[in-house]
Design a protein around this ligand. Structure first.
Ligand code: 4NP
Length: 153
């Protein structure tokens, strides 16, 4: 899960996705990172922590980090929160790694929509981000379940 600062959107995406995979009984390595190094080592934004906490998700174990070249090899799916993140990831990816990069809402079947940056916004912007990501992550987990099933039969 990748956004700009790795303190607002992608920590929420990481927390939501981990909770949904756990519920679905699917084992997967989920992590988040930012394109900026500015907030490295920081806790998620307190508004993200508070929003997640409302829905029973604890983000306080997370610390911001910057994406690395290794992430493009380690992770099968890299989800960008917005189009700018997507473009930056595409520029940074190594040869043949571009196919791993997806705009999260689009991959979830929700169109070329973005998860808007709530950093300069209000509590309701964080709430909106939560609901967009909750919907997207649920659809992605359902998609994984179907793909896994098809691979088995
Ligand atoms: P995020 O939000 O990309 O969702 O973590 C932001 C956090 C920090 C900044 C921008 C966006 N910033 O400019 O410091």
């Amino acid at each position: 899960m990748v956004c700009l600062g790795n303190i607002c959107r992608s920590p929420l995406a990481e927390g939501i996705m981990k909770q949904k995979l756990l519920k679905a009984g699917i084992a997967a390595d989920v992590d988040s990172a930012g394109l900026l190094d500015f907030h490295s080592g920081s806790l998620p934004d307190k508004r993200s922590i508070a929003t997640a906490s409302k829905y029973g998700i604890d983000l306080t174990g997370q610390r911001a980090r910057c994406i690395t070249k290794d992430d493009f090899k380690k992770f099968d799916y890299i989800f960008a929160m917005d189009k700018k993140n997507y473009e930056n990831l595409m520029e940074y990816a190594g040869h043949g790694e571009e196919s791993r990069i997806n705009l999260i809402m689009e991959f979830a079947g929700l169109g070329k929509k973005e998860v808007p940056d709530p950093y300069y916004g209000s509590t309701s912007d964080f709430e909106n981000v939560y609901h967009l990501l909750d919907d997207a992550c649920q659809r992605i987990v359902d998609k994984i379940k179907i793909t896994t099933h098809l691979n088995l039969v």
